[in-house]
Design a binder for this molecule. Structure first.
Ligand code: GDP
Length: 195
């Protein structure tokens, strides 16, 4: 699914740069270092497709990829830098808000959460933003190869509890490891069913 059908389209720094809204769109969001680039690369079967462009101070781009014939995959800049300068954070938040509430063809956001850490306050902020923009979001746990089954259960319980109050949360949680390949086919199939 989607193999060999993924291409980088463009990096966007303002709403005016968004491509024509002529495809179904899903986006990927997550704290920096959550494993977002690794997951997108593993998902699309391309090495180094998602550029590690989420260093503070560097351009905070929204990266667009075409996925097959009918979808855009959108890589949002990583959030939650401990020491990012305030203007960078504010600019990013403003663009994110405009993107999430203004993009008609955006059908679902995948919010990536490190299986070792669970949902952090900064993730909850994004989830609240998604609620108000009425964008359905689905939680994707990353790096599950790094946790023991018992600890994964603990994270899952925390995640379910934290998701419960969010009206835009999709109930199913996808468990992934870019390293081992777990959950990738589920994630691909999930995207493919989103029309
Ligand atoms: P990003 O900042 O969210 O794009 O995160 P990266 O994809 O750059 O990953 C951050 C770090 O986590 C890197 O050192 C990756 O090698 C590591 N990593 C990412 N995914 C996995 C995974 O599934 N398993 C393991 N063990 N490490 C991972």
């Amino acid at each position: 699914l989607f193999a060999g059908q993924v291409d980088f389209l463009k990096g966007v720094v303002a709403m005016s740069g968004l491509p024509d809204a002529d495809r179904t769109e899903v986006c990927f969001a997550g704290r920096s270092n959550v494993g977002k680039s690794s997951l997108i690369n593993a998902l699309t079967g391309r090495k180094a497709l998602a550029r590690a462009s989420n260093t503070p101070g560097r351009t905070q781009e929204i990266n667009y990829f075409t996925l097959g014939e009918n979808h855009f995959l959108v890589d949002l800049p990583g959030y939650g830098f401990a020491n990012a300068p305030l203007p960078v954070v504010e600019k990013w938040q403003a663009l994110l808000k405009r993107y999430l509430s203004g993009r008609q063809t955006l059908r679902r956001a995948f919010v990536l959460v490190d299986a070792r850490h669970g949902i952090k306050p900064v993730d909850e902020e994004i989830m609240t933003l998604l609620d108000s923009a009425a964008v359905t979001f689905q939680c994707v746990l990353t790096k599950i190869d790094k946790v023991r089954p018992k600890d994964l259960e603990i994270t899952l319980r925390q995640v379910r509890e934290k998701l419960a109050p969010h009206p835009a949360a999709f109930p199913e949680i996808i468990l992934t490891s870019s390293e081992k390949g777990d959950g990738l086919s589920t994630l691909r199939a999930t995207i493919a069913t989103i029309k």
